[in-house]
Design a protein around this ligand. Structure first.
Ligand SMILES: [Zn+2]
Length: 199
């Protein structure tokens, strides 16, 4: 989500300063107000090029809380987490007094790229798409994020070190991958503003 502020830009033709209002960004252009100019200036917005994703060494991890040596890497896009071998994040069948509380396909973590701020974004939802029927199916024992029980169909952002509790007993810490600032700067790009990209 991008927020626009009133600002001042130099005219691309005469170089004199023009006041730009939020509605001018929405129009995508502003006409120079200086006498004898009247040039139509295209307004541009900075964003981070998605090609940055190709060079990233990691997309974050899930770390098992009771044993931090158990680490599961996340990938870009959809990650289904569960103890079925069909899962992208194939976790162990952690047993508690002989009982496993995890569903075969327990929750879904989506790793996205926010091109406006240049960071990865993590969203979690209880359940997953069934690999055979294609229907969305909730987990048997639920998913909690930082102690909050996710509701049916609810998708929530996970921030760094967020605690994901699966089935009420197995806790994983989500370690996000923070793209280094110097690398983000390299991929900072300007292009003509198009309204539909912010919606
Ligand atoms: Zn001008």
């Amino acid at each position: 989500m991008t927020t626009f502020k009133n600002t001042i830009v130099p005219c691309q033709k005469c170089g004199k300063l023009i006041a730009v209002k939020v509605r001018d960004f929405e129009n995508g252009a502003i006409q120079c107000t200086h006498t004898g100019c009247g040039h139509i200036n295209q307004l541009t917005l900075p964003y981070y090029d998605e090609r940055i994703l190709q060079g990233l060494p990691s997309f974050g991890h899930l770390i098992y809380h009771d044993n931090p040596s158990i680490v599961y890497p996340l990938r870009f896009g959809i990650n289904v987490v569960g103890h079925s071998s069909s899962c992208h994040v194939h976790v162990e069948r952690f047993l508690h007094e002989g009982k496993c509380y995890l569903s075969r396909r327990h929750c879904t973590i989506e790793v996205l790229f926010d091109k406006w701020d240049g960071n990865l974004r993590y969203q979690i939802q209880d359940g997953a798409i069934d690999s055979e029927t294609g229907d969305y199916k909730n987990s048997l024992n639920g998913t909690l994020l930082n102690g909050y029980l996710l509701q049916n169909g609810e998708k929530i952002d996970v921030t760094d070190q967020g605690l994901v509790c699966l089935g009420g007993i197995d806790v994983f810490r989500l370690e996000v991958y923070q793209i280094p600032q110097a690398m983000r700067q390299t991929y900072l790009t300007f292009k003509p503003f198009e309204l539909d990209e912010t919606q």
